[in-house]
Design a binder for this molecule. Structure first.
Ligand SMILES: [Zn+2]
Length: 428
């Protein structure tokens, strides 16, 4: 079985390749890149796909999603979540452990990997819990979880409040080459808050979460990473102070990486003005100044990854008072144009920005994604960078409708997603 992607703009952030050519896929792997147009003469068995004017890039990787299965299938399932992923241009996702039951043992990790294999539209890499039941008291069995297929550990949604336990997690994870993903939040500061603490929260009369609640915890965790030498990854970075701590930590050679999400470089706390619960997320939407700092950190490489933190909820959790509403937004099917917009805004060139959704998360997780080199598995996204459209969550594959970008006019979309050389989107 051979596929030729003909005449596209081939962008490989890993090797900094950006040129027009043909990409040949044979038996699920990248067989060759040919730079002379129409140099390959296809056999009768070859499927030729004309991708003139399109971008041919490594399949996108989202290292932070919530698939809600097992336990909350009314919000999302592995099947619907991965359908949303491929429709959004992603060929792999890493799913967080706050399911019901929590993914803190091999039985749950194996359930997820088996389910993903049977029903998934793309690859699913489970992130297991740091602590049993996400309680922050006792570490989970990292060796067993690693064996069952976990690529990282995190108590995402909750911070590990006990610094000694976090230290042990970093040491223990190091022994199994597991990444520790921290949800950085000092709950003594954030507790009771519904949005960013500032001018807007005062005006709206909502209790706020100070930016320091995030930065304080990041400072603790980078110091623990320095102490232990364990690999730390900071989830959903949202503030200016977080950025300067991370920049300094990297300058000192501490083994730390980090991510932000599209809403943290696109939206501000001003959107909360109408009390629409779609804008309720944790960490909360910050100020314009924070948004600018996040963009600067994306530009200078302090922020390695863009992940969506795709967090589907049903109407039940969102159609309520702002104070009572659940935190979270969906992101898999709206991320691509928002990320490409960073290129338009001059935050980075296409290769720099694409690296944050392809090669960087793959390298950090240690998964075979993010590269177009010869012999690599053919995980590829074809993008039409000029496709103008209006974001309409009613057309989404995700069960979630909690999308803050409803009605936005945007540019750029995934027109095809291939996983292991097979077309997984558009759906047959
Ligand atoms: Zn999350």
């Amino acid at each position: 079985m051979e596929i030729v992607l003909r005449g596209g703009r081939i962008l490989d952030p890993q090797r900094r390749i950006d040129r027009i050519g043909d990409l040949i896929i044979r038996n699920g792997v990248i067989h060759e890149l040919v730079w002379e147009p129409h140099a390959v003469s296809p056999s009768s068995q070859t499927r030729v796909i004309d991708v003139t004017g399109k971008w041919v890039v490594p399949a996108w990787v989202d290292m932070h999603v919530h698939l809600r299965e097992p336990g909350e299938e009314y919000k999302e399932t592995i099947m619907t979540g991965t359908a949303a992923a491929v429709a959004g241009g992603f060929g792999a996702v890493a799913c967080m452990p706050n399911t019901k039951p929590v993914n803190d043992c091999a039985a749950v990790t194996s359930f997820i990997t088996r389910r993903a294999f049977e029903q998934g539209h793309c690859h699913v890499y489970p992130v297991a819990a740091i602590s049993k039941g996400l309680k922050g008291e006792e570490l989970a069995e990292f060796g067993e979880l690693r064996e069952a297929g976990a690529v990282a550990v995190s108590d995402d949604g909750r911070p590990v409040m006990n610094a000694a336990l976090m230290r042990r997690a970093l040491e223990y994870a190091k022994a199994f080459d597991l990444l520790v993903i921290t949800h950085a939040e000092e709950t003594a500061l954030s507790q009771g808050g519904h949005m960013h603490e500032g001018v807007m929260s005062t005006r709206l009369g909502l209790q706020g979460i100070p930016a320091a609640a995030e930065a304080v915890m990041i400072a603790r965790d980078v110091l623990l990473a320095e102490l232990t030498g364990g690999r730390l990854h900071v989830a959903h970075v949202s503030t200016e102070a977080s950025v300067w701590i991370l920049r300094e930590a990297k300058r000192r050679g501490i083994p730390v990486t980090c991510e932000t999400a599209p809403h943290y470089f696109t939206l501000t706390d001003e959107f909360v003005e109408g009390f629409d619960t779609v804008y309720k997320v944790n960490p909360p939407l910050r100020t314009r100044r924070d948004v600018e700092a996040i963009k600067e950190a994306l530009a200078d490489g302090t922020i390695d990854v863009i992940a969506t933190d795709h967090a589907p909820h049903s109407l039940l959790e969102k159609d309520t008072e702002f104070q009572d509403a659940a935190n979270g937004m969906i992101g898999l099917e709206s991320a691509l144009p928002l990320v490409l917009n960073l290129i338009e805004e001059g935050v980075g060139d296409p290769l720099d920005i694409l690296a944050k959704v392809t090669w960087n998360p793959s390298k950090i997780l240690g998964i075979p994604f993010g590269s177009l080199r010869k012999g690599a598995p053919a995980h590829i996204t074809i993008i039409d960078p000029n496709a103008e459209h209006v974001i309409d969550p009613e057309t989404f594959q995700s069960k979630g409708r909690n999308c803050p970008f409803r009605g936005w006019s945007v540019k750029g979309r995934a027109v095809m997603t291939l996983v292991n050389g097979l077309v997984r989107y558009p759906f047959p």
